[in-house]
Design a protein around this ligand. Structure first.
Ligand code: SF4
Ligand code: MG
Length: 340
């Protein structure tokens, strides 16, 4: 199927007080319409940074970006601020964990959705407000014609999240990026918002990138998973394949540390160590200092040679970045000491 979003060899760097951070290091993936890709990884893995770059939301003065990001055929890398303004919202939109970052406290919900709509459509205020009411209804806000005139503080957390989704979707973007949108919500509201996003995707036919560290959410909502580690993809493929039998030791570790997903009863087996510093990446495979399987690979390969992201099983559309020859067999026979 033809890709609507196409990220090719993306690099993102920016300076910090401690030096240059290589936040994204050669990321490539593609996503067609009507599919949901979950990007999974610890904080600092590059999942948020790469997604901000898709909307051109990074600091343009200090951030250095190379590679290509195509959305609906448009090249976003190097796009002018003026073109970005018309691209954002209309072609691609983003929802965040914290609605406060998208909703202004001093304006009514309706005024904000209306303004966003009129920025892309030459319509009267009355028509735009009717659209706002319609959108609030579609995201499940009761009494939308009354709610439209209220301020964000008059909404509950879950309702604010819905209002932010309404605002993101008001111009019918074909790409929706959701960055941990349910993390701050209680479990019931979280489930409602996930259902809502799935429903809207069906109605609008959009492509969704869902950034999360919660594999339970991934199992719920995603078609495909991209696992990121140290600024790059380490595994990419269909959700049921990766959750059922991961090919990368890091994906395996993520699953092993979550009994509900792996089906493993008993104590967790957390991944030892901590994520790499993006200021000083390990040599070879970025995961090697934490990898329990590096001794299964001959010689010094893991420490000296960075593995490529390569197709693993041709018929399943899976790729992974690891020197292990038959990772699934290695994981199968692995019996790990459980924590006391
Ligand atoms: Fe582990 Fe080596 Fe594979 Fe890296 S390349 S994940 S160190 S086995
Ligand atoms: Mg983040």
């Amino acid at each position: 199927e033809e890709a609507y979003l196409e990220v090719t060899d993306l690099h993102v760097q920016f300076p910090t007080a401690d030096g240059k951070v290589q936040a994204v290091q050669g990321l490539s993936y593609a996503l067609p319409l009507r599919r949901t890709l979950a990007i999974v990884g610890e904080s600092g893995s590059g999942k948020s940074v790469s997604s901000m770059a898709i909307l051109g939301l990074h600091d343009r003065k200090s951030t250095w970006i190379s590679g290509s990001i195509k959305v609906g055929g448009k090249e976003v890398v190097g796009m002018s601020e003026k073109d970005l303004m018309s691209y954002r919202g209309a072609d691609a939109a983003m929802i965040f964990q914290d609605p406060q970052s998208s909703l202004h406290p001093f304006f009514t919900i309706g005024a904000q959705i209306t303004e966003s709509y009129r920025a892309h459509h030459n319509v009267s205020k009355r028509a735009a407000k009717a659209r706002a009411v319609d959108m609030l209804g579609r995201v499940g806000i009761p009494n939308p014609s009354r709610r439209v005139d209220q301020y964000p503080h008059e909404f509950s957390g879950g309702m604010r999240q819905r209002a932010m989704i309404a605002m993101a979707l008001v111009n019918d973007p074909k790409l929706l990026i959701a960055d941990e949108p349910t993390t701050a919500l209680d479990v019931t509201v979280q489930a409602q918002i996930l259902d809502l996003i799935a429903d809207l995707q069906r109605d609008f036919g959009s492509a969704v990138v869902f950034i999360t560290h919660d594999l339970g959410v991934v199992a719920e909502i995603a078609d495909d998973i991209l696992v990121m580690y140290g600024g790059n993809a380490v595994e990419h493929g269909p959700v049921e394949k990766i959750l059922g039998s991961p090919l990368h030791p890091y994906s395996w570790g993520l699953l092993e540390s979550i009994p509900a997903v792996s089906g493993t009863p008993g104590p967790l087996h957390p991944i030892p160590g901590s994520p790499p510093s993006l200021l000083a990446m390990p040599s070879g495979c970025a995961f090697h200092p934490r990898c329990e399987f590096r001794d299964r690979v001959g010689g010094d390969l893991c420490r000296t040679l960075k593995p490529e992201l390569i197709p693993r099983t041709a018929d399943q559309g899976r790729t992974s970045r690891c020197h292990l020859k038959e990772p699934d067999k290695v994981f199968e026979t692995e019996v790990l000491p459980r924590l006391p």
